[in-house]
Design a protein around this ligand. Sequence first.
Ligand SMILES: C[S@@+](CC[C@H](N)C(=O)[O-])C[C@H]1O[C@@H](n2cnc3c(N)ncnc32)[C@H](O)[C@@H]1O
Length: 183
Amino acid sequence: MKTILTVAKSFLIDCVPPNGIVGDFTMGNGHDTLFLSQLVPQGKVYAFDIQPQALESTRKLLDENQAGDNVQLICACHSTLDDYIHEPIDGGMFNLGYLPWSDKTVTTKCETTLTAIEKAVALLKPGGALVVMIYPGHPEGAREGQRIEAYAKELDRKKFDATLYRIFNIPDCPYFVAIEKRK
Ligand SMILES: C[S@@+](CC[C@H](N)C(=O)[O-])C[C@H]1O[C@@H](n2cnc3c(N)ncnc32)[C@H](O)[C@@H]1O
């Protein structure tokens, strides 16, 4: 079986062109940033995290993979993304929660996550997509999931397709919401 993260990434593979503009709104150790950098060899990745150590790990991973010339690493809350991105985007990823094996108190939070998703949705080009990985196994993750689902359900169906992908038979398994802007 494909991992749920692989399925989430497939949405971006399907809709982002090689010269696309994308956001990694939770950079962490840079695995998603590397994926996005390789997805848009002629494009640009805006990558955000509030932890300086995330920028260091990501820069190292990009360098080790001879990637990253097309990446801007930004040490800021994703809710301020419109201070940094002044162009429409083809896609973006949110991989919520906290860094594995790190300080679990530095986690994404409902309010700022929702603000960031709303701003990213506002920047989406027609045909573009956002994927939001949610980790309901910790309390803030469960709250984020409820709020994001409520938000996505209310999106105008004439403009967006909002879908939820979840493994039924594994309790508290990570799942994702995809928001695709219609052409
Ligand atoms: C699950 S990790 C991301 C994993 C990462 N995408 C990777 O490939 O390794 C979540 C990350 O979100 C970051 N984060 C938490 N709150 C944030 C915020 N308000 N804005 C941006 N990043 C935030 C954390 O510091 C953490 O590095």
